[in-house]
Design a protein around this ligand. Structure first.
Ligand code: GLA
Length: 690
């Protein structure tokens, strides 16, 4: 609900349990009066009576750090979310409020510069307690250089301390959670790679340093953008804290020409109580309700051939894998890299999206038919934003790649990035994939992006244009082929964000499929993103990436925490492993609705001997618990694992043993899963309310 008090120039944006209160001061600056627990309009208006008199400080604006829109200018010297330079060199913006538009869920506050014909609109949209915010800039004057146009600047209230939570990573080691006291000054999380990145992910959470998994207030924000981005967490000496996030990175600037408009992506903000667990559940819920296309669908159990075959793709080999996968209960069979053009290794073929004539002389049809006959859907890997210099596409269009004259050309993985900001490249991209999907009965694409930009120019045409074209092509393909589902991959988890999730159905979490490492990666992933999108494969042991040997059940029980998939060389698995795998796939299918659409409770984080995660059905009638013991130390017996959010008066039956537990006991003393002795023991428990 959005309420406006015109007398006090006050807006109250309220979700079911939070409110965001804005007040326009005498200088037309939108001051954040409150972001936190829900207030009535009357309570919100009373805040104006309590405004402390700013103390006298000769060299600073005492209100700095309390505005929802911060443009360069005046005596504000901190981080400004909006930074422009007019044609005459003026950098200060003097914004005057020009009006509002409002519905129950949407608010637009419009401003114009006092002198230059530049307007700025702040758009807010409420989804429960999530506020989506973006800017629209319009320029009717001479071209304006935009250095920064953040989608939102979130102003946090005064707290006793500030702790910043985020994820850091690398290839094969994505989304590892990190919490640290927010230092004074500006902490910048960013990607300058043209893609979301493995190194950082565009979200942040701030608490006062005392929140835990199940208690405490948490402020969080997440940017919906899949290119370069920047999120600045600022802590001023006055203890004011802001989180400001937008597309683009230093030092990229762009020109807003005469008559042009710039619409930023959205940045979503959320206040929650109930700890990090409640914050994560609210984010999951938001994505399942408002971000993901087809969120209500159950994601199928997938098989992917990459770790089994690498580039050694053949019709017979794929059919053998498909037959084995089908027997195991797999529902979607995905052929990875190596099926097209001259792609028998990573130095050729990218760009030539037709079946390799030696490997598939009759095209993909016979393989697709066989996969469908086996009762599975068919998926195919593509990396359409890229080109190998050794390809027909590059030979025909050498000028289509991102490059600068007089610069070296970095060929990471022997490939170059196509400049999607060029309209003819965007057209080619759509046409090529549209034709591929029209000619073949493909149900699923794994859309990869394996290298960041290098030697790219500093203008927005390229940095923003690439992502806009990507989004546009995805949108058009989805509209033209509504049955096709898409997985976002970028050397594993390099392109996971709320922007790509609006257009894809799941993501490839990491190229690292080692179950032990995955516990940490998945823990960090789950802070913002739901299990419903988290692709997780069971692969061979020893793991090809880490060399670690881990029993089959443990590998499955880790991968079951997301969208279960198999990625091993099945033709080399023992009969016993294949049979056990089929049982585990069947177990997963029983609990899958809870994992993919239930509420997630991180019971014990990875790191200790034992970790556990619980999924609860929306109606509370069923729960699934995955327990992992990574290593047993000193012969300690396993402690009980208290569950969450059950009805204390309810009785819950373990579907495997038939044993009935009291809710109150499970909530206090916990479950004692019957784990095998030793390292890498695991269990799945499925409880149904009687
Ligand atoms: C990337 C992906 C892998 C696989 C390979 C194929 O690394 O993350 O899953 O698809 O490309 O080249």
């Amino acid at each position: 609900m959005i309420y406006h008090d015109s007398q006090h120039r006050l807006w109250v944006l309220s979700g079911p349990s939070s409110s965001y209160v804005l007040h326009l001061d005498e200088a037309d600056r939108p001051r954040v009066m409150h972001w936190g627990p829900r207030l009535t309009p009357e309570q919100a208006a009373s805040l104006l009576l309590r405004l402390p008199r700013p103390g006298f400080r000769p060299v600073e604006d005492p209100l700095e750090g309390s505005f929802d829109l911060i443009a360069t200018g005046g005596m504000c010297y901190g981080q400004a979310g909006l930074q422009v330079r007019f044609a005459d060199g003026t950098r200060d913006l003097e914004l005057v409020f020009t009006g509002q538009r409002r519905t129950d869920r949407e608010l637009v506050l419009a401003y114009a510069d006092r002198h230059y014909p530049l307007t700025v609109e702040c758009h807010y949209r409420l989804y429960g307690d999530v506020i989506e915010r973006h800017l629209v800039l319009r320029n009717e004057g001479e071209p304006v250089t935009v250095a920064r146009a953040d989608s939102a600047t979130w102003v946090l209230p005064r707290m006793n301390g500030y702790r910043l939570g985020s994820v850091r990573g690398q290839w094969g080691a994505e989304t590892r959670l990190h919490r640290t006291e927010l230092p004074y000054g500006e902490t910048v999380l960013t990607s300058r790679r043209g893609v979301t990145s493995h190194q950082a992910n565009p979200w942040a959470m701030v608490d006062d340093g005392t929140a835990g998994e199940e208690h405490g207030a948490v402020y969080s924000c997440a940017l919906a953008w899949s290119g370069s981005w920047r999120l600045t967490a600022q802590r001023l000496p006055t203890e004011r804290v802001t989180l400001s996030a937008g597309a683009g990175h230093d030092p990229v600037t762009w020109e807003l020409g005469t008559g042009e408009e710039h619409v930023t992506p959205v940045c979503a903000g959320l206040f929650t109580e109930g700890g990090f667990g409640a914050a994560s559940r609210a984010w999951h819920d938001h994505q399942l309700r408002h971000v993901l296309p087809h969120a209500g669908e159950v994601r199928p159990v997938l098989y992917n051939s990459w770790e089994a075959t690498g580039f050694d793709v053949s019709m017979d080999g794929q059919i053998r894998l498909a037959e084995s996968a089908a027997r195991m209960g797999v529902e979607l069979f995905v052929v990875d890299d190596g099926w097209f053009g001259a792609r028998t290794h990573d130095a050729a073929g990218l760009g030539d999206w037709y079946p390799n004539p030696h490997r598939f002389p009759d095209g993909l049809g016979p393989l697709i038919d066989r996969v469908h006959e086996l009762g599975m859907r068919f998926g195919l890997w593509v990396e359409p934003e890229m080109v190998n210099p050794d390809s027909d596409l590059y030979r025909a269009h050498p000028d289509w790649v991102i490059h600068r004259p007089h610069r070296r050309r970095t060929e990471h993985r022997n490939q170059l990035v196509l400049d999607l900001s060029r309209p003819e490249v965007g057209d080619w991209l759509f046409r090529t994939l549209d034709e591929l999907l029209a000619k073949n009965a493909i149900d699923f694409l794994k859309w990869d992006m394996n290298r960041p930009f290098t030697e790219a120019g500093p203008d927005e045409r390229l940095w923003l244009g690439h992502v806009r074209t990507l989004y546009d092509v995805l949108d058009r393909l989805r509209a033209a082929h509504p049955h096709v589902r898409i997985e976002s991959c970028s050397s594993g988890g390099g392109r996971v964000d709320l922007g790509i999730l609006r257009r894809t159905d799941q993501v490839w979490t990491s190229d690292n499929t080692d179950a032990l490492d995955r516990l940490d990666i998945q823990h960090g992933f789950s802070q913002l993103y739901p299990a419903r999108v988290m692709g997780a494969w069971v692969t061979d042991s020893p793991n090809p990436f880490t060399g670690r040997e881990i029993p089959l059940d443990f590998r499955f029980h880790v991968a079951m925490a997301g969208v279960l998939a198999i990625g091993g060389a099945l033709t080399e698995w023992s009969r016993a492993d294949l049979d056990r795998a089929a049982e585990l796939v069947a177990d997963y299918k029983r609990i899958r609705p809870l994992v993919q659409h239930g509420r997630q409770y991180r019971l014990l984080p990875p790191g200790g001997e034992l970790s556990a995660v619980q999924y609860l059905a929306a109606d509370g009638g069923e729960a699934a618990v995955l327990v992992h013991r990574r290593g047993r130390r000193f012969g300690h017996p396993d402690p009980g694992i208290p569950l969450r959010a059950l009805d204390p008066d309810g009785r819950y039956r373990d579907t495997a043993t038939g044993e009935v537990h009291h809710g109150a006991v499970l909530l206090t003393h916990g479950l004692f899963p019957d784990l095998a002795p030793g390292d890498y023991a695991s269990a799945l428990l499925h409880l149904v309310r009687e």
